[in-house]
Design a binder for this molecule. Structure first.
Ligand SMILES: *[C@@H]1O[C@H](CO)[C@@H](O)[C@H](O)[C@H]1NC(C)=O
Ligand SMILES: *[C@@H]1O[C@H](CO)[C@@H](O)[C@H](O)[C@H]1NC(C)=O
Ligand SMILES: *[C@@H]1O[C@H](CO)[C@@H](O)[C@H](O)[C@H]1NC(C)=O
Length: 319
């Protein structure tokens, strides 16, 4: 008898807990406790029980007008992917990753910084704002959605048993942070449950997929022993002795390192690196954050860092 009533009270308490409205009716946060840990689901944006969904979601601090500000030139007639990229596709893409911590980790400032950092990689990689472009070189992110003049098909036979190239398929750069090579399309396809090995072109036909492939790349480490760009950025990565010797410290600089290695890092103060940093600082400004929030210069740069993955030690250079 006693036991039963305790259970009823517990059940009622749980129901109570589960109804926490956050003001905006379209995005209710539902809370429960699992093994003493608070986990949530939140509206249409943060769909699986996780601690991350207890925090604000991306649409809470990143509105359509901000997307327009960041990528203000993408639909001008000279841009190369007019009409392709939009806010809706971006937000839809993030819903596969917000419950995993993408821009939902560490509190609002960190969340906004991660978004600015991720989008800085996107903007810089897809920019056509060089030379005399109006609006300045930083206003031209999302100008491209594919590599324009590929010099090859990016088919690496080393992976012929795991990710064999489909005859006729071209694995040139596509997406918001472009992916190249059959093995990268294969791995992204496995993760996103799309047949990208047979249909790499899906990524240049669907902006949600193009953003998803980029977020997947940001969230996924190249090797098990290495951090993802996300882990580096939000402070989940603890550098090893080797990392410290190689001058790899947590921050925006090391995200460039893990994503591009020697193409950008360890070469001193080169344009290729500074271009990413400029995009990051510009986006911080546009999102209403301070450049100081990015931390000291040491965290921003990778000028002196040795690559996580030196080109010489892998069978085929990825990019
Ligand atoms: C959620 O945000 C709070 C600050 O508002 C932060 O302390 C906490 O670490 C965040 N949760 C996760 C899982 O990152
Ligand atoms: C684009 O891809 C997303 C994510 O895989 C999918 O939900 C959506 O239906 C696709 N859109 C079109 C027009 O195929
Ligand atoms: C550290 O670096 C040395 C020399 O490059 C290498 O042999 C060793 O495997 C590295 N250790 C780890 C844990 O990566």
């Amino acid at each position: 008898m006693m036991k039963v009533s305790v259970w009823i009270i517990l059940a009622l308490a749980l129901v109570d807990l589960a109804i926490v409205v956050n003001g905006d009716d379209s995005e209710k946060t539902v809370v429960k406790t699992v093994n003493g840990k608070k986990v949530c689901k939140r509206g249409w944006e943060c769909l699986d029980w996780s601690e991350y969904c207890c925090n604000e979601t991306i649409s809470d601090f990143f509105q359509p007008y901000q997307f327009e500000n960041l990528f203000s030139k993408r639909n001008t007639p000279v841009a190369k992917a007019v009409g392709f990229w939009d806010y809706q596709s971006f937000i839809l893409a993030t819903t596969s990753f917000q419950h995993l911590g993408f821009c939902t980790t560490g509190g609002k400032t960190m969340q906004m910084k991660e978004l600015a950092a991720f989008l800085a990689h996107v903007g810089c990689k897809t920019s056509c704002g060089y030379g005399v472009a109006t609006g300045g070189p930083l206003a031209w992110g999302l100008c491209y959605n594919r590599e324009m003049s590929p010099s090859q098909s990016y088919c690496d036979d080393f992976y012929k048993y795991t990710y064999p190239c489909t005859p006729g398929a071209e694995y040139y750069g596509r997406g918001a942070i472009p992916i190249f090579w059959n093995y990268n399309y294969g791995a992204a396809g496995d993760a996103l449950k799309e047949d990208l090995l047979n249909h790499p072109e899906y990524i240049e036909q669907n902006a949600t997929l193009a953003f998803q492939a980029a977020i997947w790349k940001w969230m996924t480490s190249v090797k098990k022993s290495q951090p993802s760009a996300h882990e580096i950025f939000v402070g989940k990565w603890k550098p090893t002795k080797n990392d410290t010797l190689a001058k790899r410290v947590p921050g925006f600089g090391a995200t460039m390192n893990v994503l591009y290695g020697e193409q950008v890092c360890g070469q001193g103060d080169i344009d290729a690196m500074n271009n990413f940093i400029s995009h990051y600082q510009y986006y911080l400004d546009l999102m209403g954050l301070n450049r100081e929030d990015a931390g000291p210069h040491e965290y921003l740069t990778c000028a002196e860092q040795a690559a996580f993955n030196p080109a010489t030690s892998s069978p085929s250079a990825s990019s």
